[in-house]
Design a protein around this ligand. Structure first.
Ligand code: UD1
Length: 381
């Protein structure tokens, strides 16, 4: 059985790594129905910090095919992936295509496969924010509609899919592949020297990430958020690994004068004597995971980080008005605070005054989701 796996952007890599490991395990333990994986990297993310460093940290093999599509408008990026990916599918004639998550490469890979009548599996199916202004929501909705195998991370995702008319026999509640990566790599992340490099003590800092267009592309929104963060940094140092588009906008809107900005962790020296906010380039998977593990709390607009903080039992303030991961809220680790300064500051101060809670239990977020998925795919006739 030949399976093409598609990845393209930073949040895809930690979802693909456990799937490849599970395929290797399947091939080693079972002589029937061996799986031949072909890894395709679209090149949506191409900077060393956004892509290659994740291949190293996650011990991913070099992609079999690199499409090199790069950045562009949504239409340009999606179309370029489709044009290049179609050539790969026509040459390889796989039995199945697997896409993960909700980035433009996910939808482009999915559309290309179904138009060639190749069966399609979507890992992380069924998540819905119900905010159609988010590009990821459109990518999720459309990918799920055309997938043959929908692997969901939580029961709320199953319910969303059923409401949209997806037949039950296509839906498989398997758990969360990103949690597979987290649990597999936690001990290695603990070896990271990032806290020492950035002169930080456990629970002695807050961690911030921001990259959603709605937060960082508009001067007004980014100014609001940064004013809240500047306030919070008077109580606790804030470390801010910034996505390339966020770095660009912080400079353009002149919003980084209260921060120490460094080009690499090695430059951190005595940053806390100059300011209480540190802006770094995007960090590697293991360094970032270590920062998450030891943060007093996390502020983010990412989807995956809401889930990682739930597993790590670290309080998270999500700088959005909606989430496609409601379970992180019901489990008590995550809270939606939008981009209103007063709310962000108020909730941060409550966390600083609170004691830690006992870790939540989440059904099937147990580190072996990828094995469940490959077990199901290996039985396809
Ligand atoms: C993409 C995903 C988003 C995911 C995020 C994680 C979509 C619609 N969005 O958003 O869901 O949470 O990745 O990072 O697929 N850039 C670089 N270097 C890179 C890649 C991008 O400098 O390696 C800059 C470019 O200026 C580019 C911009 O970032 O135009 C946006 O990149 P793009 O891949 O289009 O979207 P992200 O914001 O990264």
């Amino acid at each position: 059985m030949k399976i093409v796996l598609v990845c393209g952007a930073r949040p895809n890599f930690m979802k693909i790594a456990p799937l490849l490991r599970a395929i290797n395990k399947h091939n080693a333990s079972s002589k029937v129905n061996p799986i031949e994986p072909i890894l395709v990297h679209t090149g949506q993310h191409y900077d060393y910090e956004m892509s290659q460093v994740f291949f190293q940290d996650l011990e991913l093999p070099k992609p079999d095919v690199y499409l090199g599509v790069g950045s562009g408008t949504h239409a340009e990026q999606t179309a370029r992936v489709m044009i290049e990916f179609e050539k790969v599918l026509l040459k390889e004639k796989p039995d199945l295509v697997v896409v993960v998550g909700d980035v433009n490469s996910t939808l482009a890979g999915a559309l290309t496969a179904v138009k060639l009548h190749i069966p399609l599996a979507h890992v992380e199916a069924g998540l819905r924010s119900y905010d159609r202004t988010m590009p990821e929501e459109i990518n999720r909705l459309l990918t799920d509609q055309i997938s043959d195998y929908l692997f969901t991370p939580s029961r709320d995702a199953d319910e969303n899919l059923k409401r949209e008319g997806i037949p039950q026999e296509k839906i498989f509640f398997v758990g969360n592949v990103m949690v597979d990566s987290l649990l597999f790599n936690k001990a290695r992340a603990d070896q990271s020297q990032i806290l020492t490099q950035l002169k930080l003590a456990g629970e002695g800092y807050a961690l911030l990430t921001l990259h959603r267009p709605s937060n960082v592309d508009e001067k007004h929104s980014l100014t609001n958020i940064m004013s809240a963060i500047t306030n919070i940094s008077e109580w606790i140092p804030v470390v801010f690994p910034a996505h390339p588009r966020t770095q660009k906008n912080l400079r353009e809107f002149n919003l980084d004068p209260h921060a120490t900005v460094i080009a690499s962790p090695a430059e951190a020296k005595a940053w806390q004597s100059q300011s209480n906010m540190l802006i770094t380039p995007p960090l590697s998977y293991l360094d970032f995971l270590k920062l998450e593990m030891y943060a007093k709390f996390v502020m983010t607009d990412s989807g995956g980080i809401q889930e990682e903080t739930t597993v790590l039992n670290v309080p998270c303030l999500t700088l959005r008005d909606t989430t496609e991961r409601p379970m992180t809220i019901t489990r008590g680790t995550n809270m939606l605070v939008g981009n209103r300064p007063r709310k962000i500051i108020e909730e941060a101060s409550k966390i600083l005054a609170s004691k830690s809670q006992s870790p939540p239990h989440v059904e099937l977020w147990d580190g072996i989701t990828a094995e469940r998925i490959i077990g199901i795919l290996a039985r396809i006739e």
